[in-house]
Design a protein around this ligand. Structure first.
Ligand SMILES: [Mg+2]
Length: 313
């Protein structure tokens, strides 16, 4: 089915649309803020709550600290956003806890993901941060470490050849867990140019180790289910997932069974329509652009209840 432009719906169509979901799960970067808050996003979530929907946030970005997230949510006028947020670092930590993991995690991750894992009591190993210019020096990175029981990849900007040697060496043991957080092969930095994301390194290791990672970031189904569990939601078909990235956000929606709304912050309608396999159910320019649209529904609701009250009198 071709994506439907929410902005072109009339009030009665919007009411039908609103009846199809109870929960809103939203991505953050590119939807609520870029460097600054995107106008109207906070108000959009307020409307959704007024319309009886629960609101939660799901991001692939484990790099931000709690304080940084809290500041961004506050600037966007969203209360308790951090408490309602799911990111890969927490998903990885909870997953390891759920399998009673008690060995060392080799972290090819951002520092914050390692902080989260350590805060759960896990022992982490990382590095080296730099390699040398001689292949012969790399033999040391081919040495196994029996204490390592998991290799985690999640947005490591300092990923390098030695780390990849180590990861592949550990993953040669089939009982070593292979876990990935953010999968982004590309990131929207500059329109019209190809911007590689750190997920590309996970793919190289996956290919060379001949292992598929357990995906605890978007678009992994397990991550979508983890976000549902945290939000206390049991039926994925009653969730509307909002995002700005086709592969990650629409992909997660498709994998988990959510309805999807793509905001066109980083894609043109042509990009969206040209995608061969992933199409959102709905699209809009931005969340702010939907505020006046849903205000109309709210006003119509108020009118109806006023009329009802007058009749009763
Ligand atoms: Mg995004």
């Amino acid at each position: 089915m071709e994506p439907i432009n929410l902005m072109s719906m009339n009030t009665s169509e919007l009411k039908v649309f609103l009846d199809t979901f109870d929960h809103v799960f939203s991505d953050c970067d590119g939807v609520i803020w870029t460097k600054k808050p995107i106008p109207g996003a906070g108000e959009f979530f307020e409307r959704m709550q007024q319309l009886g929907k629960t609101v939660h946030f799901v991001s692939n970005n484990s790099m931000r600290t709690k304080q940084n997230y809290e500041d961004l949510f506050e600037a966007a006028n969203i209360k308790q956003g951090f408490e309602k947020l799911t990111v890969p670092s927490t998903a990885i930590a909870e997953y390891l806890k759920s399998i009673n993991f008690n060995k060392t995690v080799y972290c090819v991750t951002c520092p914050e993901t390692m902080n989260v894992l350590q805060s759960y009591g896990f022992t982490c190993k990382y590095g080296p941060e730099v390699g040398t210019d001689l292949y012969t020096n790399y033999i040391q990175y081919l040495e196994d470490d029996e204490n390592v029981g998991a290799v985690a990849f999640d947005s490591d900007f300092n990923v390098n050849l030695p780390k990849m040697y180590q990861a592949i060496t550990y993953l040669a043991r089939p009982d070593v867990h292979f876990i990935s957080g953010a999968t982004d092969r590309y990131v929207p930095l500059k329109p019209g140019s190809l911007n590689l994301g750190t997920g590309i390194f996970t793919d190289i290791v996956s290919e060379e180790a001949n292992r598929e990672p357990t995906q605890l970031g978007k678009p992994g189904k397990l991550f979508g289910e983890f976000a549902m569990k945290r939000a206390g939601v049991t039926d994925p078909s009653r969730v509307l997932f909002i995002g700005d990235m086709i592969e990650q956000d629409v992909g997660l929606g498709r994998a988990t069974g959510f309805k999807t709304l793509l905001v066109l912050t980083n894609n043109t309608p042509e990009d969206m329509k040209a995608h061969q396999t992933l199409k959102p159910d709905y699209y809009a320019d931005s969340l702010g652009s939907l505020v006046p649209v849903f205000n109309k529904v709210n006003n119509a609701k108020e009118e109806t209840s006023k009329k009802k009250k007058t009749k009763i009198k």
